[in-house]
Design a binder for this molecule. Structure first.
Ligand SMILES: Nc1nc2c(c(=O)[nH]1)N[C@H]1C(S)=C(S)[C@@H](COP(=O)(O)O)O[C@H]1N2
Ligand SMILES: [Mo]
Length: 461
């Protein structure tokens, strides 16, 4: 075995060629589609690697990376925006150090600052602000000293341009202010499950949170401004600076079709979880366009321009927030003409308790699971859990949503047949019947829409 090979992580090995990895790790080629056909020696090696006997080994697909190895994350590949220094990448996941934020958040990039919430920190019904993920594309603006004096405009294809402050918005539209608990999720959430790896922050499932957002439906202002029939799309602008410091470039400028901008859940938000919106989350004023890629929820909002054509700002073109119409070759370059703008987010579920790698006392006979499930526009129909590598599934109980775009908290208690190593697989299905796949599908260069099932390893005894 060469030095080069021993330096590679088990995860990388599996990502390249799972069956070859089985051979390298377990000393022999897996010659059938199931690991259960491994001889006793192979199985013993596998058991030693995961920490215990595997009662459902006969169902374990060959080449599957055991969930117990998932802590062994790949280093973040370089992005075009900010190649991380090799030394930093080698250090592995870094805890976040940021005022008011839980140090359990994991930094995916520090320039711009990006941090995700590990699944087990998403265990609250409403995600506390301290645990809410962070995604910036540019430099943070300075925190506003007088939030109510923050100005913003609605202009473009409207009958009457509006220029308002946050204070005006709160006072003049007092009776129209709404609060909804809604998921905000980065378009790239789940990206780390793509193979070959896709460009960008290597989110696991933690580029998402569900907070209570308070603000004015954008529709109220659009009605006041009078949207012209020529308007088809918004262009959203904010006051964060491009990473280069060049004020002629936008860090990000995406938009929404007029119909989505008019949805009563699309809010101009000034409060999060009952507190004034913090600077890091886009305060004093941000947009929240729930169910769509987080990039459509503009922070530090300064202007919304109604356009007579689809927006072409930073983040609207090429492979940015766009998905292949016809499947493309994984790892390929892609063709701009074969891409469409990503709109509704795909269905996803996570186990929030227990955490991956939890050890339980020998003889434990039952396991209470908790989690969350959500999707973009369609709603979650069901959540199913398998503890035997997908052979059988049991449906979880789901709490009702508070409102559209809320997530569904789910619970399920499973009987454990014996001691040993188990993987809990969770799979949500949306109301159209779309279920989460085993691996991230519809490969695309920037890795959007990856909604592979979440797997959690549990070791009993
Ligand atoms: N002005 C501005 N708004 C922005 C961004 C940004 O970089 N600048 N990032 C977007 C992206 S990609 C996401 S996923 C969400 C993240 O919101 P959060 O940091 O409050 O979690 O904000 C969006 N709004
Ligand atoms: Mo994002």
């Amino acid at each position: 075995m060469t030095d080069k090979r021993t330096e590679r992580s088990i995860r990388e090995l599996y990502a390249d060629d799972g069956e070859r990895a089985d051979a390298v790790v377990f000393g022999r080629k897996v010659d059938a589609s199931r690991r259960g056909f491994l001889g006793g020696a192979g199985l013993a090696a596998m058991g030693a690697a995961v920490g215990g006997a595997i009662p459902f080994a006969a169902n374990m697909p060959a080449g599957l990376i055991p969930a117990a190895f998932a802590q062994d994350k790949p280093a973040t590949p370089a992005t075009t925006a900010s190649p991380p220094p090799a030394a930093a990448a080698a250090k592995g996941p870094q805890p976040l150090q940021f005022p008011g934020k839980d140090p359990g958040l994991v930094v995916l990039g520090d320039r711009p600052l990006v941090a995700e919430t590990p699944e087990q920190l998403l265990d609250d019904d409403t995600t506390p602000t301290a645990k809410f993920f962070i995604r910036n594309n540019g430099q943070l603006p300075e925190a506003a000293k007088q939030p109510d004096a923050w100005t913003f405009a609605i202009e473009g294809e409207v009958n009457k341009k509006l220029e308002l402050t946050v204070g005006d918005l709160k006072a003049r539209f007092k009776d129209k202010i709404k609060s909804f608990r809604m998921v905000l999720e980065c378009g790239g959430n789940g990206r780390s499950a793509f193979s070959p790896p896709a460009r960008g922050n290597q989110w696991t499932n933690g580029g998402a949170g569900c907070a209570e957002w308070t603000g004015l439906p954008l529709a109220e202002l659009l009605k006041e401004a009078g949207v012209k029939p020529s308007a088809v799309y918004t262009a959203n602008y904010g006051r964060d600076l491009h990473l280069s410091g060049d004020d002629k470039q936008d860090a990000l400028s995406r938009g929404l079709p007029v119909a989505k901008a008019m949805d009563e859940h699309t809010l101009l938000v000034f409060a999060m979880n009952g507190e004034p919106l913090t600077n890091i989350h886009g305060g004093p004023l941000r947009l929240v366009a729930p169910g769509w890629p987080g990039s459509a929820s503009h922070k530090w909002l300064s202007r919304i321009v109604l356009r007579d054509k689809v927006h072409d700002g930073q983040g609207m073109q090429g492979a940015s927030y766009r998905l292949p119409i016809k499947p493309m070759i994984p790892g390929g370059k892609g063709d701009d003409a074969n891409m469409r703008i990503m709109e509704s987010m795909p269905v996803r579920s996570i186990v929030t308790n227990p955490a991956n790698g939890t050890k339980l006392a020998a003889g434990t006979k039952s396991l209470a699971l908790r989690g969350a499930a959500w999707d973009g526009e369609h709603g979650v129909k069901q959540v199913d859990v398998s503890m035997d590598f997908g052979a059988t599934w049991q449906s979880a109980m789901m709490a009702p949503p508070k409102n559209k775009y809320d997530w569904r908290r789910w619970t399920l208690t499973l009987a454990l047949p014996s001691d040993g190593y188990f993987e809990m697989w969770v799979r949500a299905t949306d109301t159209r019947g779309f279920a989460q796949p085993h691996t991230a599908g519809n490969w695309n260069p920037q890795g959007y829409g990856g909604n592979a099932m979440h797997r959690v390893a549990v070791l009993v005894g």
